[in-house]
Design a protein around this ligand. Structure first.
Ligand code: ATP
Ligand code: MG
Length: 447
């Protein structure tokens, strides 16, 4: 992409309404624009990151054997009356009437609808196990929408639902989701710690939230510092293996890590004092096992091998896709702007032309642009007629992890400069070597 053809409405002023750094930076970098309280338009740069996050979620869900699908945002109230949640959900649910006066709603979650799809189509144990998921907009009429996309009213969520014959099978699905979520967040450059949590209006027995540690997080968290040393890394886990998934769950949940909702002072006191941490975290996902709660309410049964009709065991699993942009920025920025991890960056690298209009510099930038694009990468070429300082400030603000700087002086010696946004370190090298380096860096990132 050439910047002169892009839509990047960067703000010079720090927006007064934004209280936390991720919200400020998303507004300043021209990623989002508020349409109403807690409701945002996604401008091209923000939308690009959103799509990259979605892509990682889709890839990881596919690896775990989960099927992508899509359900509507507007649902009839009938199913929600059947489950008893129409009244129970309270004021967070946006209720709508259609022209015939029928009660409709904008879905805050989709257990009812997926269970209805299941009961209409599946009746035998032979069709199990089954896990389906969607990435779809949700609406929750939060009392206090704030912090930009972190606590919106309309927000994008990955919500997945597993259907299993037995409690054991459903617990395997739970563990499989835990493994898959650990991989998903790490690919986004995040450490998200599974913490024992409270189930809230979804209901259920077993549930973990995934929290990214950040001062601006809304949850207070208590944990054993050893947990932050755990990395999923590039280990291979067979998703079909009950033992392997169970082992990962045990490894990542055996140390004390809880949100304030489930915090237990007495148990926390068992953690050696020097390892006890009290901090804040951003919830970026949650997994639930809730057994037959919805299948009982909605009559979703399957026939076993012996011909017996039993309610199906279920769980649901969510990732805060749009909230993740805020969480990633909270975890990765400096006073100049965002620092995107390679896994989610909107463009793989920036090209800064120090002297637009200089024949040699223009030609070298064009050649770099072509070479990077031919290698399957997506560069952003700042081809504006602007001072170098302004170009650098824009690149730093929007946070591309790598920048190639091209100027007449370097070109005389046959070199350009490759700069890491994270470390600020620069290295001079021939243009071909810079391209090769960037190709190599991204080849190391899965997906
Ligand atoms: P919270 O406690 O933050 O209100 P929740 O526990 O009600 O969230 P879930 O039902 O677990 O949310 O939804 C799955 C994920 O969706 C959450 O882990 C979170 O990342 C995201 N999410 C929930 N509410 C919002 C919101 N208002 N804005 C943006 N993302 C949200
Ligand atoms: Mg939650």
């Amino acid at each position: 992409m050439r910047l002169t053809r892009y839509f990047l409405p960067v703000l010079k002023e720090t927006p007064a309404e934004a209280q936390i750094v991720s919200h400020r930076l998303m507004l300043r970098a021209g990623m989002i624009k508020q349409a109403a309280a807690g409701i945002y338009s996604w401008l091209p740069l923000g939308y690009k990151v959103l799509r990259r996050i979605e892509q990682i979620v889709h890839e990881e869900q596919a690896l775990a054997g989960h099927l992508a699908m899509l359900m509507p945002t507007i649902q009839s109230a009938d199913l929600w009356r059947e489950s008893g949640r129409y009244d129970a959900y309270g004021e967070e649910m946006l209720r709508i009437k259609d022209r015939s006066g029928r009660d409709m709603l904008f879905t805050p979650t989709a257990e009812e609808l997926i269970t209805d799809i299941f009961r209409a189509n599946v009746s035998s144990y032979k069709d199990l196990p089954l896990t389906m998921y969607q990435i779809q907009w949700k609406f929750r009429d939060e009392i206090r929408p704030r912090f930009g996309v972190m606590r919106g009213r309309e927000f994008l969520m990955k919500d997945g639902y597993n259907f299993d014959l037995t409690r054991e099978d459903a617990l395997h699905a739970y563990n499989r989701h835990l493994v898959s979520y650990l991989r998903t967040y790490e690919r986004m450059g995040l450490q998200a710690i599974p913490m024992r949590a409270d189930s809230g209006p979804i209901g259920g027995d077993d549930t973990h939230e995934f929290l990214v540690l950040a001062e601006t997080g809304e949850s207070e968290v208590f944990y054993d510092s050893q947990i932050t040393d755990l990395k999923f890394g590039d280990r291979e886990v067979d998703y079909d293996s009950v033992e392997q998934c169970q082992a990962v769950l045990e490894e990542f949940t055996s140390r004390y890590a809880r949100t304030d909702e489930t915090h237990d002072e007495a148990k926390f006191a068992d953690v050696p004092e020097e390892r006890r941490r009290v901090a804040r975290g951003i919830e970026v996902g949650q997994i639930f096992y809730f057994g037959t709660k919805y299948s009982d309410a909605l009559g979703a049964t399957v026939q076993t091998k012996d011909g017996e009709k039993v309610p199906v065991h279920m769980g649901s699993h969510g990732i805060g896709v749009s909230r993740l942009l805020g969480a990633i920025i909270e975890a990765s920025h400096d006073d100049k702007g965002i620092i995107w991890p390679e896994g989610v960056t909107p463009f793989h690298c920036g090209i800064v032309n120090l002297k637009q209009g200089d024949e040699e510099a223009d030609a070298a930038c064009e050649a770099l642009y072509k070479a990077l694009t031919a290698a399957g990468l997506d560069p952003l070429y700042d081809d504006r007629n602007e001072r170098a300082g302004g170009k650098f400030a824009t690149m730093d603000l929007i946070g591309l992890p790598w920048r190639i700087t091209v100027g007449p002086r370097g070109l005389k010696n046959g070199v350009v400069e490759l700069t890491s946004r994270r470390t600020g370190e620069s290295e001079e090298m021939p243009p071909e070597a810079a391209v090769a380096r960037i190709v190599e860096i991204y080849a190391a990132h899965r997906g």
